[in-house]
Design a protein around this ligand. Sequence first.
Ligand code: TMP
Length: 212
Amino acid sequence: MLITLEGIEGSGKSTQMKRIAAHLKSQGRRCVLTREPGDTAIGKKIRAILLDPENGALTSLSELFLYAADRAQHLGERVIPSLAAGDIVVSDRFFDATTAYQGYARGLDLGVIEKIHDMVLKGLRPDLTLLLDLPPERGLRRALSAIEAGDRTVSESRFEQEALVFHEKVRQGYLALAAGEPDRFVVIDATASVDEVTDEILATIDARLTRK
Ligand code: TMP
């Protein structure tokens, strides 16, 4: 089973990832936590290029191909072998992030993005995608405080430095994707408390595991 978490910066995905892992392990299930970009050794190098605020010269198209390269590596090295071994794979971001960020927010052609996804994913789709939704003003405030607190480095802040309007487009992109695939997506109100968000996520995952 492949579960993905999506949302704008500061939506609380990392905290929830740890809680999901603890919950699944307490049920005796094998689970693998992973993320995009940067889960593999090669992906870490790609991540450093993508998130470095000094790389303002990166064109939207090179950005798209770098995310696709990271994803191809991630799938080949981690996701597909783990699914084949019967593990539950939980990924902090996956291909919907490219549609939301490079498609809806950067304005790249959604048809081109879909073709790249056909090539990279070969039909693989998450069984469940949890979209942690909140207004970008709130998410960015949280994300910037994480940088100030030293929980995230400035060298990874290229997207945090984008204007609010960019993040609003990302949010609307995600919501459009969720509306188009209501069976795969569950939209979670990420303005609720961390514990309430966890409760909703775990109840959703448990319900899906029972249904499978
Ligand atoms: P994160 O690891 O903190 O979520 O940072 C990853 C950043 O990369 C985040 O700003 C979203 C962005 N991103 C894209 O623009 N496209 C993608 O396909 C992915 C996976 C992430």
